[in-house]
Design a protein around this ligand. Structure first.
Ligand code: 1GP
Length: 243
């Protein structure tokens, strides 16, 4: 089954949780172990990516180790064409729509396109929107972060993603952000778009995950919290799924 079909089937049943693992922050063996525990907790897919320090070798080793330990799809979440692996199940073919640099909007994607085709990697088109504070990814992505008090700007970008044919919109506050994307912004975007909404960055408690899901996120992503506290992950996944 294609990963997109799997995700659609999951979304038809309810909210989805994804775990983000950064190949630069853990060894492949650790990533395999964390992924195993994440899927045990009910996480629906494993995303692999990070803003800095990621190489093709690290990505390959991390993806292979994760695939050895779990059966859920492994989806690349690449910071650029250097962060791909033929061993993944799919790649978010993502564009930082609010970047100031055309390289992040379409350049890295062009660089990656031949390899994605040659490997038969499933490409899932996604519009990536960086919201304040944006943290490291806002710098690397050279984004003009969407102001936290301007949900309408997020809606305009999200509709743009939809009209460009993208299958998902991703609102990103940045890994380790002190606060997640504001719930008002999540709700405003969800009200207007017809494609699924992914929200991540700074979600580290079950309460925060529940608020974001209730506000309208179809997919909630957590990264840092599973690197630091695997015990809390179960509570977060349960909160996303309304259990
Ligand atoms: C995924 O960048 C996030 O969208 C991950 O953020 O590390 O803060 O969970 P955290």
């Amino acid at each position: 089954m294609k990963v997109l079909d799997y995700l659609r089937a999951r979304l038809a049943e309810g909210k989805v949780h994804m775990s983000l693992l950064d190949p630069d922050k853990m060894t492949p063996a650790e990533a395999g172990e964390v992924a195993f525990r994440a899927t045990l907790a009910g996480s629906d897919a494993i995303m692999v990516g990070g803003s800095t320090g990621v190489t093709p070798e690290k990505t390959d080793a991390t993806v292979k180790a994760i695939k050895d330990r779990t059966r859920v799809p492994v989806i690349l979440f690449p910071a650029g064409a250097h962060a791909l692996s033929r061993y993944a199940d799919a790649v978010y073919f993502m564009s930082v729509l609010n970047s100031r640099n055309v390289r992040m909007i379409v350049g890295e994607q062009k660089k990656a396109a031949r390899a994605v085709k040659a490997w038969g990697l499933e490409a899932i088109p996604m519009g990536y929107l960086i919201v304040e504070p944006g943290m490291r990814v806002a710098e690397v992505g050279e984004a003009q972060p969407i102001p936290r008090d301007d949900p309408e700007e997020a809606v305009r970008y999200a509709l743009t993603a939809q009209f460009l044919g993208m299958q998902f919109v991703y609102l990103e506050a940045g890994s380790g952000a002190p606060e997640s994307v504001p719930v008002e912004m999540v709700a405003a975007v969800k009200r207007e778009i017809a494609i699924p909404l992914i929200v991540g960055g700074g979600i580290r408690t079950p309460e925060a995950a529940r608020r974001i899901a209730r506000a309208g996120a179809d997919v909630v992503v957590t990264g840092t919290v599973i690197e630091q506290d695997q015990g809390r992950l179960q509570a977060i996944v349960d909160a996303v799924k309304g259990l």
